[in-house]
Design a protein around this ligand. Sequence first.
Ligand code: G6P
Ligand code: MG
Length: 220
Amino acid sequence: MQAVLFDLDGVITDTAKYHFTAWKQMAERIGIEIDSDFNESLKGIERMQSLERILVHGHQEQKYSQAEKERLAQEKNDEYVSLLAGLTPEDTYPGIKELLTELQENKIPAVIASASKNAPLILEALQLNTYFHAIVDPGGIPGKPEPDIFVKGAEQAGADSVYCIGIEDSQAGIEAIKAAGMYAVGIGEESILGPSGADIVYPSTKELTLQRLLTAAQLA
Ligand code: G6P
Ligand code: MG
């Protein structure tokens, strides 16, 4: 195995729930209800694109100017960042630090492949920066489910995609990993991530050990 590419929100820590809370509050202010089923289609999706999906969902796609949309997205991000304020290393999902340590000991680069512009802030709060070889800049490339962010991550690690593993909690992310030609590990529910193409789904990050990943992906 040449590299492991990690999504951030919902894989490294439970920030996916904060994204949902912040979007829900913003949507309610403009009269749109979103539930957790709809939220599955927002996971992994870049900020302005997520807003567009919410507006379409509420039949308001024609209602706002670009400047108003940017203000709505900013409001959501302000709320989201305020929810991140209490984040500490203890909020890292179980098993993640252990896996990152194993990867480091085995000289296998770990890379963050997240659509979030808040990724550096979150990794700093969790004190995990030093475990990652790179954080892919999501700016200027097509978002998930396109493969670009994973392809770029493999390149930054000097790895060949076929010898990489991607770990994701979102449908769009699993599709992106598969489109990049990598082995896709889902974190969450088989019924949600299986149909998107996950090669294996674990209910929790607790299951993620280097040995288990190597065996599953047959990439010793
Ligand atoms: C991740 C999350 C999405 C979020 C996106 C952009 O992909 O799963 O829910 O919308 O990042 O995050 P940002 O922090 O830049 O708004
Ligand atoms: Mg995610």
